[in-house]
Design a protein around this ligand. Structure first.
Ligand code: ADP
Ligand code: MG
Length: 632
């Protein structure tokens, strides 16, 4: 070891300590992945150097081809991974190997269940890559020098993976990073050429850079200089023809680009030729990352231009509602010195973005058709995000709508498993609309009085209870030529589903109840915009409908939660003339009691709609008064 100066001992960030502990205890069943992670980092380091060298060729120091070398020493129980990539400065080392930058990490770690099997899936979401070295090592040393820095500015880092690490400045002639793992007792198996070769073939064959191992010596006489041999395929996976890439290779490549530990659900690999030339390899992860809803969470694709890595998280290639997609895009049309600013303005990017969006939607369609169970998994992970689609991507509205899944009166206990195509396939004779009801929870909407007439006629209604559903529906007006109708809104017109006799009967009843309607209107003047006879009800006495243009409950709550005031609007009060309570109301001569009963019915209708009462105490008082009179 060369002379160390400026030596200091620093503590790991709390999150790192927690993570190290969790990782060592939950990833032990899959120890060999440490090598995949370190190789993945070495490959990223080479990509970054190649990119920076586009503008500053001197960074390459005239040196060797980029590669990764893995060596081992059985007696010393070490495995060494060395690359000649970008390397790290002292500051880089302290931040990258001492902290986790991802926002929300602390909260996330707090919420881990303690169930090691479950947690190991979640831990995988972090790009905890480097720290996985401590699964097999009880001491890790890193010797590194940032490309372009003088040889005296090398950095030495070492840690036992407990609370702290040491850093020092060293002389390091070669650019790049060398990582020395001191294997724990019992992990000697990894200091073995055959074992290492197998692990590399299994997890890292797709790495575009050569990964070299020392050539095994068979003769008596060892050659003066160590010879090396490349053990991986060393070509960029996405440049190979689809038919020649094995499923496992696609999966391992996914883990490399996404920093995920789990296999993806599906992927789509395409080469586009013609006016634009590019290759894309897009993956759908199996699980939602914990920061899916955080604005600043990393998203986007890895961008290459003519196979040269340009940047991570190029988020200009996909819309926000597809932010869960991971993968690579390699363009032949962009210039090698393309920057984020240029990407944002380049019209080429726009056409790639719409083509890639379509690609993703096609891939999801295919998944839904051929792997319904996996699509279910997709839907529960990312359905909520896909629902942002119709508002963001006007051109693909119909396509996105086809991918949505809803709970329905005909579905399975609130499960979101009904596609619009299923719904349309089950439509009743004479039905030409898609009916839906929004609300706070499945339990609330499934018993809503708004469904009574639909139940009677056997018509399916979609039950929409996600927070963003009402907002979503404001962007979806029709599907397959059939209009969406909110059953709680306006003057429900069932079209041909109501026979001529039905309609005539409704009108007649309405006429006979004109007096009653007028009396109620007077009693509830300050509460309602209109009172009318309902044809929505069979069992309940009364119901509230929302005005055609008014905001529903969900939207009101979203607005209020964001500190805005929702515009005032009063509901429409509809009565069921056949209900005994309404008949009683009609016959009530005592004006005070009439007003009380009308208010109670109104408040009950609000409760059934999932709304809260403006004056709950008044409701209780009135109801109690009526109860006392009843028992008197
Ligand atoms: P991730 O790869 O997801 O960023 P890691 O824990 O694997 O997370 O690595 C943390 C960071 O440490 C990397 O992003 C990189 O900046 C730095 N790093 C790790 N290994 C190397 C290496 N061989 N060369 C240069 N930088 C590295
Ligand atoms: Mg990594």
């Amino acid at each position: 070891m060369s002379v160390e100066t400026q030596k200091e001992t620093l503590g790991f960030q709390t999150e790192v300590k927690q993570l190290l502990h969790l990782m060592i205890h939950s990833l032990y069943s899959n120890k060999e992945i440490f090598l995949r992670e370190l190789v993945s980092n070495a490959s990223d380091a080479a990509d970054k150097l190649r990119f920076e060298a586009l503008a500053k060729p001197e960074l390459l120091e005239g040196g060797d081809a980029l590669k990764i070398r893995i060596s081992y020493d059985k007696d010393a129980r070490t495995v060494t991974i060395e690359d000649n990539g970008i390397g790290m400065s002292r500051e880089d080392v302290i931040t990258h190997l001492g902290t986790i930058a991802k926002s929300g990490t602390a909260d996330f770690l707090k919420n881990l269940s303690g169930d090691q099997r479950k947690d190991s899936h979640l831990i995988g979401q972090f790009g905890v890559g480097f720290y996985s070295a401590f699964i097999v090592a009880d001491k890790v040393e890193v010797l590194t020098r940032r490309a372009g820095q003088p040889t005296g500015e090398g950095v030495y880092w070492s840690s036992k993976g407990e609370g702290e690490f040491d850093v020092a400045t060293i002389e390091k002639p070669e650019r790049g990073t060398r990582i020395v793992l001191h294997l724990k007792a019992g992990e000697e198996e990894f200091a073995d050429g055959w074992r290492l070769r197998n692990i590399i073939k299994k997890y890292s064959d797709h790495i575009a850079l050569p990964i070299e191992l020392p050539k095994e010596q068979h003769g008596e006489e060892a050659p003066a200089e160590q010879e090396w041999e490349t053990v991986n395929r060393a070509s960029a996976l996405w440049t190979r023809p689809r038919t020649e890439v094995k499923e496992e290779e696609y999966q391992e490549f996914y883990k490399h680009v996404s920093h995920d530990f789990e296999n993806p659900l599906t992927w789509s690999h395409n080469k586009v030729e013609g006016k634009l030339e590019y290759t894309s390899l897009l993956y759908v992860p199996a699980r939602a990352p914990f920061d899916l809803y955080q604005r600043e969470a990393p998203r986007g694709l890895k961008l290459y231009v003519q196979r040269v890595f340009i940047m991570d998280q190029a988020d200009e290639f996909l819309p926000l509602y597809l932010r869960f997609i991971k993968g690579v895009v390699d363009s032949n049309d962009l210039s090698l010195n393309v920057s984020r600013e240029i990407l944002q303005k380049d019209p080429v990017i726009d056409s790639m973005k719409s083509a890639l969006s379509k690609r993703v939607l096609d891939m999801l369609e295919k998944l839904a058709k051929s792997e319904p169970e996996q699509y279910k998994q997709f839907w529960s992970a990312f359905g909520q995000v896909l629902k942002e689609g119709p508002a963001e991507d006007f051109a693909n509205r119909e396509k996105i709508a086809g991918l949505l899944r809803f709970a329905s009166t005909q579905g399975d206990a609130g499960e979101q498993d009904v596609a619009l195509a299923d719904y349309i396939g089950r439509m009743k004779e004479g039905q030409d609309k898609i009916y839906y009801l929004t609300g706070e929870s499945y339990n609330q909407v499934k018993n809503s009085p708004h469904l009574e007439v639909f139940r009677k006629k056997g018509i399916e209604v979609l039950l929409l209870t996600d927070r963003i559903d009402e907002w979503l529906m404001s962007y979806l007006t029709e599907f397959d030529g059939k209009a969406f109708i909110d059953v709680a809104r306006g003057d429900l017109d069932l079209g041909k589903l109501d026979s001529e006799e039905d309609k005539k009967a409704q009108e007649e009843i309405a006429k006979t109840k004109e007096d009653l309607v007028g009396r109620i209107k007077k009693a509830l003047e300050s509460e309602v915009s209109e009172v009318r006879v309902s044809h929505r009800l069979t069992d309940s006495p009364a119901i509230l409908a929302i005005g055609e243009q008014d905001l529903g409950l969900q939207m009101r709550r979203i607005l209020e939660a964001s500190g805005q005031k929702a515009p005032e609007s009063k509901p429409i009060f509809e009565i069921n003339p056949q209900h005994p309570l309404i008949e009683k109301l009609d016959m009530e001569q005592d004006e005070d009691r009439f007003v009380d009963l009308a208010h109670v019915l109104f408040d009950q209708a609000a409760l059934a709609a999932g709304d809260s009462l403006k004056d709950p105490a008044a409701y209780v008082r009135r109801l109690n008064k009526l109860l006392v009179e009843l028992s008197a």
